[in-house]
Design a protein around this ligand. Sequence first.
Ligand SMILES: [Zn+2]
Length: 434
Amino acid sequence: MPIWEPESESMSRDELEQLQLERLQATLNRVYRNVSFYRRRFKEIDFRPEDDLTELGDIRRLPFTTSQNVSDSYPYEMFAVPLREVVRVHTSSGTMNNPRVVGYTRQDLKTWSTIVARILTAAGVTQDDVIQVTFAYGLLTGGLGIHYGAERIGASVLPTSVGRTERQIKIMQDFRTTVLCSTPSYALVIADGVEEMKIDPKTLPLRYCICAGEPWTDAMRREIEERLFVKATDNYGISEIMGPGVAGECLEQNGMHLQEDHFFAEIVHPETGQALEPGKEGELVLTTLTKEAFPVIRYRTGDLCRILEEPCPCGRTLRRISRIRGRCDNVVVIKGINIIPGRIGDILEQIGGERPVYQLVATRRQHRDHLEIWIEVSERFFYDKMREQRVLVEIMGKKITNFIGITPRVKLVERGSLKRENGEVALFVDRRKD
Ligand SMILES: [Zn+2]
């Protein structure tokens, strides 16, 4: 199978590490010069990039960057170039008060489309393919990220964006789509739709499904492959680092090759932040090595995985990361959107003047994620006032929709009815294990 950039994707470990060190040096110099956030923090520990970085391991002396740090620098404070050099701006999904804003120079966009071209090539896509992108186009990175990489390869891109399943399937059928890009759960929604529309999936020219955007299981992969007659690969992207393209599986389907010439990866203990031995599962921490507009140093992704050291038969020497097993912080992912359950309490408190006892419940019906918010009634909240209850529930639903971008079902429950453990109600319950 072809490799998009064989000289970069198959270099020897020594060569790669030398390149990483040079690029890391350049990145640290750049942020020290241009980003006050990093300069301040480097100075605090008396770290001068020019003198103090002699090997890759020296990076461990530097403090982590968190999503909160990025959110606090809203909108442009962490940019390392003047705005006139920025040609694109995106934000990441999430429930911070301020979204995390990321920027790209022309060169960054080139890098981005190159790494997406790499993962698509690894997943079997060629210029002969018709690729349907069902990720959101807009401020989030999913849609446009895949889009330009697919164009770079020379595939024919259908930017259908999210939703309207019947229309997606009609397009798939009429436009002879060969590659579907979607979240794993949406691939199954499509499979359901195909069945409902009484289309024989074997008559569709689909060959591959590029899955990304949410954690999934082997069982889901098998189901997608069996019902849509495709080969499905796993992919990992994160807006703060770049967007889609950070890592992706080749057709061996044995873990996602990480674009190590552009990103330096560490695995740390999610609580202590200590580096873990090779092969151990922990939190993925990434440092960008080539980004100009928005370099990030030791970014805590919150995603749990391990680095796979064994060579891959495909010939790429870039190491792989295992499937993301979940989140290690208090972020939960519903419909591909990152949600911090505690923040929902802030919104409810703003509306009702008091923080209610509440619980987020994620369910999955027909492969779709649904969010319910169960709120216990109290004197302040809803007690005995049917009319007021309805209005409040409606306001809450709307506010939360505005805030997180998905519409929850708000449900009132009796006081004391949510299950307590040591007197505490869990803020989040996941019932999606179907
Ligand atoms: Zn491989």
